[in-house]
Design a protein around this ligand. Structure first.
Ligand code: FES
Length: 200
């Protein structure tokens, strides 16, 4: 996984919209006095929904609001790859590159990203539509290889189905997440392989 650090170009300030601020206040109020820091991840997620990425002024704003040292919020943002530390494309593709996915073809998916979006991770295409990066295990290894786009995963991918998926996003569609083959959730391909006999 690539190094995660603050983007070189940052906005001067950050502010939640009025609606989001009301939502944030509600989240903070869920926690008992002295435990407000528990709201940090929901607040970061809402900030990313609003801005598309997490800026340095955003980190400071959230830390100040929760009474946390700036470094604690920075640590969270750098740890979780679901937080983007620089602007990304409207469709940001996170390809799992950990061993199970690599053994099942993640390298081919990365080649597709390089061909369609550019050779370097985190570069946004000229039309602003796409960007990509390699990330560590996304927690759905049984359906490897897979990518995460927004908060959904698209699993059991091949070069063909991945290209079709990207074509759909390029047309403005939102394809159905989950397995892209005839698999039900994480059940075995082709149906059950164990506990198939019913005892009388
Ligand atoms: S290794 Fe890819 S999801 Fe776990």
């Amino acid at each position: 996984m690539s190094v995660r650090r603050l983007a070189p170009v940052q906005p001067a300030s950050f502010a939640f919209s009025a609606d989001n601020l009301a939502w944030v206040d509600k989240q903070i109020a869920k926690y008992p006095e002295g435990r407000q820091a528990s709201a940090v991840i929901p607040m970061l997620w809402k900030a990313q929904e609003q801005e598309g990425w997490i800026s340095e002024p955003c980190i400071r704003w959230i830390a100040d609001r929760l009474g946390m040292p700036y470094i604690r919020v920075y640590e969270i943002v750098t740890f979780y790859t679901m937080f983007h530390m620089a602007p990304v494309g409207r469709t940001h593709v996170q390809v799992c590159g950990t061993t199970p996915c690599m053994l099942r073809g993640a390298g081919d998916l990365i080649d597709v990203c390089k061909k369609r979006m550019g050779p370097h991770a985190k570069q946004v295409t000229q039309d602003g539509q796409f960007s990509w990066e390699e990330v560590e295990c996304l927690g759905a290894c049984v359906n490897a290889p897979l990518v995460q786009i927004f908060s959904d995963t698209y699993e059991d991918l091949t070069v063909e189905s991945f290209n079709a998926l990207l074509d759909a996003f390029a047309r403005g569609e939102t394809p159905k997440p989950g397995p892209q083959i005839a698999r039900v959730h994480s059940a075995p391909e082709g149906g059950a392989t164990t506990l198939t006999e019913v005892e009388s």
